[in-house]
Design a protein around this ligand. Structure first.
Ligand code: NAP
Length: 346
């Protein structure tokens, strides 16, 4: 098949490109050439999806069997591509997020849960908001048609090429050694999916011409936070690193050393009612449609191998902490704060 990847160079888009090429598909990628290099073997078209001129250059004389959109964050972006591509591609996969659901992360969500009320015609260049993905979904469905559109609501993605990510932070923290602040309850479960499993599932659905919506993440209850940390320690070869478990409450206590869930200790989702559904998305439909998730140990091992062989990360803060490119807050707890907390609480 001829497949257009809107993005296609970094992380999930890259995983789609690898898998599609391995299956013998012809792949076109469209991106600005900023985030990462395109893979050998793809037809790379440079351009900005916010520019009508660049998009006109993309479609110039080309048609595709399917398009995969991993890069739209603004409804206005999805409006443009869905309209432009409806006569030039047969099928449109839009990678959305669990963020699109109004009830997430407070409650358990399924494919039929209500979305945020963000309209497709939301003006461009909105500041980041979880609701925007819902507007992007509506734009794709309206512009391309529900019968040829596939919406994949992604849970948290992990795997090689995750720049500034959560799994890389934990692996590197384990490798640094010493006493590691392990937050919360080791038995609390989490839901994360390897980008390669996501891409394989997405391509299976695409080649079958499947339309509709699938919550796409690992089945709930499959992995605990304790297993996550122990696996990171083993994979990073950090045998003399000690995990020191500290319950939620003292870490959340107001004061200068309060720990920010999710970002300071990545993926730590404390036991609070407002985030009780964080790791409970119902994946039954995706499982029935063939979603397969590899063991976390394999993802952790491959990510560690990639971390050790890649060049210096560009998004490392001066103190060695990492954050998503473009975000002000570096990810990961400041080492002095971690030591103070361990001395006071452990
Ligand atoms: N990471 C997660 O845990 C998570 C969870 C839920 C949902 N998601 C969703 O999954 C999708 C994939 O995430 P990701 O982290 O792999 O990729 P991403 O950062 O959302 O997308 C990056 C790709 O899109 C291209 N791109 C970005 N802006 C562009 C523009 N204006 N014009 C043309 N190309 C542009 C980038 O290349 P250039 O910068 O070179 O242009 C790159 O190839 C996203 O839609 C994200 O919202 C992710």
């Amino acid at each position: 098949m001829k497949i257009l990847l809107l993005g296609g160079s970094s992380f999930l888009g890259r995983a789609y490109a690898v898998e599609a090429l391995a299956r013998g598909h012809q792949v076109t990628t469209f991106n600005r050439g900023r985030s990462a290099a395109d893979l050998p073997g793809v037809e790379a078209v440079r351009g900005d999806r916010d520019s009508a001129e660049d998009l006109a250059r993309l479609i110039d004389g080309r048609t595709w069997d399917a398009v995969v959109d991993t890069s739209a964050q603004q409804p206005a972006q999805a409006v443009l591509t869905a309209r432009l591509l409806r006569e030039r591609a047969g099928h449109y996969t839009f990678v959305s997020s669990v963020h699109a659901f109004a009830d997430w992360p407070a409650r358990v969500i399924g494919e039929d849960s209500p979305l945020h009320p963000c309209p497709a015609d939301t003006p461009p260049d909105q500041p980041f908001s979880a609701a925007l993905k819902a507007g992007c979904e509506r734009a794709v469905l309206e512009g391309f048609g529900a019968g040829r559109s596939l919406v994949l609501n992604s849970g948290l993605l992990i795997g090689p090429y995750e720049i500034g990510g959560r799994l890389p932070w934990w692996l590197e923290r384990m490798a640094r050694g010493g006493r590691v602040l392990a937050p919360g309850d080791p038995h609390r479960t989490m839901q994360v999916i390897d980008v390669r499993d996501f891409a394989a599932f997405g391509l299976d659905l695409l080649t079958a011409g499947t339309a509709g919506r699938f919550l796409t993440t690992a089945p709930p209850g499959r992995l605990s936070f304790g297993e996550w940390l122990e696996t990171c320690r083993t994979v990073a070869g950090a045998t003399d690193t000690e995990l020191v478990w500290v319950p939620d409450a003292p870490l959340l206590a107001e004061g200068p050393d309060r720990v920010e869930p999710w970002s300071e200790l990545p993926l730590w989702a404390p036991d609070l009612p407002e985030i009780a559904g964080t790791w409970l998305a119902d994946t039954g439909r995706a499982e029935a449609a063939g979603l397969r998730c590899r063991p976390f140990a394999e993802t952790a091992r491959d990510t560690w191998d990639w971390l050790r062989t890649r060049g210096p990360a560009e998004d490392t803060a001066a103190d060695g902490r990492k954050g998503r490119p473009g975000t002000a807050t570096p990810m990961g707890i400041e080492p002095g704060k971690e030591r103070r907390l361990l001395a006071a609480l452990a």
